[in-house]
Design a protein around this ligand. Structure first.
Ligand code: GUN
Length: 297
């Protein structure tokens, strides 16, 4: 039987710590961290994510400001909103929910966000900071996965970590964080050969591809730690169900530790967004960062 890494419980701990630190910041500096969440259009999954983010912000004592724009919004309008949020001293974190409607250029919008307010960690400056082990803001899902891994391992050093998937949001930053933790890191993706055999060598297996129950027992070394980033809605026996990228029932008896779906990585992502908002607010308030704040004003 594998150890279950409980994301629901762990995320509540992270959120409670953030709430305590937010209170302290407010008491000491008279400032409440503010998170602006921008949602363009009516994608149902995005609406659920945004609702959960706003709810967790409330739990953490973070002021959240929601901006909902029509699906037909043009680049200029979205850029103007981002510029306004960049210049608003009460907004410490900006999150533009992805995906954006096709007429909008995601890369350009991400690059327009003040990197100090980029709580998603998607801005090229933050991507570069992570790649070169400099301080910056780290994408929420990989950050949450690292906290979960620390639950199962005292030391990650020297472990072989295999990441399935090479997305900018999860796969690439996840590999960078594992490398920083001194793992031997392999990334496999849709064009990789012998994926199954490579995965079977992993001490740590992170699945982030968006393919329902792709990873089965044959892919997993006995005793390995399995982190399932996938959240896939499927229909089974006439009912809608959420499953991960890992076939949980098949893999759980083989793994040493495993995250469930739901209740695994999902809640950790949102808790880490609040952690990042607090980090961003602290940095923006620190005197040493005044020059940077002025430069972005
Ligand atoms: N869409 C799916 N995941 C994410 C995320 O982590 N951040 C944003 N902004 N959009 C997403």
């Amino acid at each position: 039987m594998a150890q279950l890494i409980n994301g629901k419980q762990l995320s509540a701990q992270v959120l409670a710590q953030v709430a305590e630190d937010v209170q302290q910041l407010t008491a000491e500096r008279g400032v409440c961290p503010g998170l602006a969440v921008v949602l363009v259009g009516e994608d149902p999954a995005s609406q659920v994510y945004v609702r959960n983010k706003v709810r967790s912000a409330t739990t953490a004592g973070i002021r959240s400001i929601e901006h909902r724009l029509e699906a037909s919004t043009d680049q200029q309008t979205l850029n103007a909103l981002v510029a306004q949020l960049n210049n608003d001293p009460e907004v410490h974190g900006i999150l533009v929910q992805l995906p954006l409607p096709p007429q909008l250029d995601e890369a350009q919008i991400i690059a327009a966000i003040n990197p100090e307010k980029d709580v998603d960690g998607f801005h090229p400056l933050n991507v570069g900071a992570l790649a070169s082990a400099q301080p910056g803001l780290v994408p929420c899902t990989p950050l949450g996965c690292m906290i979960m891994l620390q639950q199962a391992h005292d030391d990650l050093s020297g472990k072989h970590a295999v990441v399935i998937g090479r997305s900018n949001i999860v796969g690439k930053p996840m590999a960078a964080l594992l490398l920083q933790a001194s793992c031997t890191v392999t990334t496999v993706h849709s064009r990789s050969k012998n994926i199954e055999a490579i995965c079977r060598q992993a001490d740590i297996l992170v699945a982030a591809v968006g393919r329902p129950e792709m990873v089965n027992a044959d892919w997993v070394k006995p005793g390995a730690t399995v982190i399932d980033v996938g959240i896939n809605a499927i229909e089974r026996d006439g009912a809608r169900k959420l499953v991960g990228d890992v076939d949980f029932a098949a893999v759980e008896p083989v793994a040493g530790a495993i995250t469930p779906v739901p209740g695994g990585v999902g809640p950790m992502t949102i808790a880490c967004l609040m952690k990042n908002t607090l980090t961003a607010a602290r940095r923006q308030l620190s005197v040493s960062n005044l020059a940077v704040a002025v430069r972005h004003a």
